[in-house]
Design a protein around this ligand. Structure first.
Ligand code: NZQ
Ligand code: ZN
Length: 384
């Protein structure tokens, strides 16, 4: 296991009825920017619960943050934060709202051009507005990490950043807020955490028993609840297990002391920017082909995955690895999620996507730094 320095300051309030705790979490009179998306929180009652809990606070609303939050929209909120001297941003919604709020929180205090936060690895920031989260879509893990992904449609870009200053102070996870999610978001909410795990687990064997065991438990839980979730179950316990498992897939705990890949995500972000595929859909297309392409470097962990997650220990190792990948694709298909570009009627522009992957980050991808432009092009071709 590699050395690590683990830090996660997010207070998590989990369970039904927890939204009313906002009144205790945020000191009275605090100037709050209440940020949300296109209105799902108004139709499912979450907005009213939040407003009822903030009766002692000064609340300014900012709505209309889109799925795959857009830089230009977020910059309008940055202006509001600066002129209104906002003290806490409350994100109410899914990962896009949380990510957008992380960017707003950092950009509001940033001295230079905020685009640098997303494109200049050595940008310097020393302050961010405090952030709180009411999570309504289990998928990204953003509620308990310090990363964010921001789109800039005007130039066709989708870029990630991470900064410990934007860890939420608290995150409220009430599984009952998820009852109104449409099927497509339920599907994304299984695929995204699944791939978050594999980006950290299907890498190198570094004798990390705890992390591997935890990663396998997360994957098995996703497999266990997947079909019920996608079928829209209103069973509280299933929703609760789903919500907590999605958080654990990317709150840092399974990723400490191990090698990380993230190439599937880097390629996936460009596919979302170019073709509007949902984040989860882009991952379902790329991951299986990337594992096939990188099989010889990921052999040990792919075999462990086949054995411990898919129960294929009686097969010859080569067969088990192949079968493990096929089982994963079959699982995705069973959720109604397609795994090829042709299924989405997309003719992928391999050269353009490959160029975009390396535009702001010219180094090779993957835990072995061996996924270069040629490899990305091959993986994209395999997914046609
Ligand atoms: O805008 P509203 O009206 O709220 O509707 C949203 C949106 O249309 C809807 N929704 C959310 N909660 C709902 C609901 N509808 C009904 N009932 C509810 N309870 O769902 C739609 C999608 O929401 P969005 O926030 O975009 O989805 P998700 O949570 O999957 O977030 C995706 C974004 O997160 C980024 C992705 O790249 C993408 O931009 N990621 C962030 C990560 C992170 N910060 O750690 C890691 C991930 O790998 C990912 O890249
Ligand atoms: Zn993801």
């Amino acid at each position: 296991m590699h050395n690590f320095n683990y830090y996660n300051p997010v207070r998590v309030l989990f369970g039904k009825g927890q939204i009313k705790e906002l009144a205790n979490l945020i000191p009275a009179k605090t100037k709050v920017l209440l940020a949300y998306g296109g209105g799902s929180i108004k139709s499912n009652g979450v907005y009213q619960q939040v407003i009822d809990s903030l009766s002692e606070h000064q609340v300014i609303e900012f709505s209309g943050i889109e799925a795959n939050p857009d830089y230009d929209t977020l910059m309008k909120a940055v202006e509001i934060c600066r002129t209104e001297k906002i003290e806490l941003i409350l994100s109410v919604g899914g990962g896009s709202i949380i990510d957008g709020c992380k960017f707003i929180a950092l950009a509001a205090h940033y001295q230079g051009d905020p685009w640098e936060i997303l494109t200049k690895p050595d940008y310097k920031a020393d302050k961010a507005i405090a952030l709180g989260v009411v999570q309504t879509l289990p998928a990204t893990g953003s509620e308990m990490n310090s990363g964010a992904v921001i789109s800039r449609r005007a130039i066709g870009a989708k870029q990630a950043f991470g900064n410990p200053l934007v860890f939420p102070q608290f995150a409220i996870l009430d599984p009952e807020t998820t009852y109104t999610l449409p099927t497509r978001q339920l599907q994304n909410g299984i695929i995204d955490p699944f791939i978050h795990v594999t980006e950290q687990y299907l890498t190198t064997n570094v004798n990390s028993s705890i992390q591997d065991g935890f990663a396998e438990a997360v994957l098995k839980t996703l497999i266990e609840v997947g079909s019920e979730i996608v079928n829209g179950t209103q069973d509280y316990d299933i929703r609760a297990n789903w919500m907590w498992v999605a958080t654990n897939a990317l709150n840092g705990i399974i990723g400490i002391g191990v090698d990380h890949d993230w190439a599937t995500h880097m390629i996936g972000h460009e596919l979302t920017a170019a073709y509007g595929l949902d984040h989860g859909q882009s991952l379902a297309i790329i991951a299986p082909q990337l594992w096939r392409h990188q099989k010889e470097y990921k052999t040990e962990k792919l075999l462990q995955f086949a054995h411990n997650v898919w129960g294929l220990e009686n097969n010859h190792p080569d067969v088990a690895i192949k079968q493990g990948i096929i089982k994963t694709e079959e699982f995705f298909h069973s959720l109604g999620v397609k795994t090829k570009f042709s299924d989405y009627e997309i003719t992928v522009d391999i050269q353009k996507i490959t160029d975009n992957v390396f535009k702001y980050n010219p180094s090779n991808l993957g835990e072995n730094k061996n996924i270069d432009a040629k490899a990305v092009a091959e993986i994209l071709a395999m997914a046609e």
